[in-house]
Design a protein around this ligand. Structure first.
Ligand code: NAP
Length: 243
């Protein structure tokens, strides 16, 4: 897909990996809707950087714990851009807890933000896309799903389901909309834990002896979004960690 003059909505696009995805698209000439939850300032700053690269960009807030806010996101986006061609489902939470520790509230919050919101956004995306336009959806999954790590039980299940949902929507929405997922390994330390020595961890646990970074994540995202003959793919970008 030629990206110039297309429009993308990136959830959680104001910070960290979401910002990297958004700005990689802006560098290709893609107009942006940067969604945020709490990071209004960084989202607007990301939009400003994108505008300085010559594209149109706005920021829009929505807390995905509120499904009405999820439902409002595309109608709001479409007030600024008549159609959105690319959706990146990047926003997610990472709640701790084994299967027995996961209470009802944790389960509901985890599934609502990581799975139900992407589901509703893909529906809304498909419905607003003009019938003669091609669309792209990229879901941000996690390479850890291969390992069944039980300490983030509900999170793991949401990312498993996101991968399955990618395949199911790829089949349902073809040929007009291509749907892929990026299953990431370690790209960044957890927010608030930036002082953790990930390199030492990587040398022990990652076959390629290193972590990834936002640039690597964004390069692979662009590859999948540009692709015209790959759909339903889960591209693992993890240095071989989960082999
Ligand atoms: N970082 C890694 O190494 C890594 C590894 C594997 C997979 N991933 C996946 O890659 C994606 C991005 O990772 P990251 O580390 O950049 O994530 P992050 O720092 O945890 O950021 C998550 C994003 O989700 C948004 N968000 C959180 N709660 C929300 C809510 N209630 N409603 C709407 N949005 C909400 C945040 O928006 P605000 O800041 O505006 O609140 C933020 O932009 C995630 O899907 C993650 O699972 C990351």
């Amino acid at each position: 897909m030629e990206l110039k003059n297309k429009t993308a909505l990136v959830t959680g696009g104001g910070v960290r990996l979401g910002r990297a995805f958004a700005l990689a698209l802006a560098k290709e000439g893609v107009n942006l809707i940067i969604h945020y939850n709490s990071s209004e300032g960084p989202a607007e700053e990301t939009a400003q950087i994108a505008r300085s690269l010559g594209v149109k960009a706005i920021s829009l807030g929505a807390n995905f714990s509120n499904l009405d806010a999820v439902e409002d996101l595309f109608p709001q986006a479409n007030q600024h851009f008549s159609a959105v061609d690319i959706l990146i489902n990047n926003a997610a939470i990472y709640l701790k807890g084994t299967g027995l520790e996961t209470d009802r509230e944790t389960w509901e919050k985890q599934f609502q933000i990581n799975l139900q919101a992407p589901f509703m956004l893909i529906q809304a995306f498909a419905r607003q896309l003009p019938s003669d336009s091609k669309g792209r959806v990229l879901n941000i999954a996690d390479a850890q799903i291969a390992k069944h790590q039980i300490d983030h039980f509900a999170y793991q299940l949401t990312k498993h389901s996101l991968a399955e949902m990618t395949r199911m929507f790829a089949k349902e929405l073809a040929p007009r909309i291509i749907v892929n997922a990026l299953a990431l390994g370690i790209m960044l330390p957890l927010a608030g834990k930036e002082d953790v020595d990930l390199q030492a961890y990587a040398e022990k646990h990652v076959p390629l002896n290193r972590t990834g970074n936002p640039k690597i994540a964004a390069e692979n995202a662009l590859h999948l979004i540009k692709s015209d003959f790959t759909t339903g793919a889960i591209l693992r970008v993890d240095g071989g960690q989960y082999l």
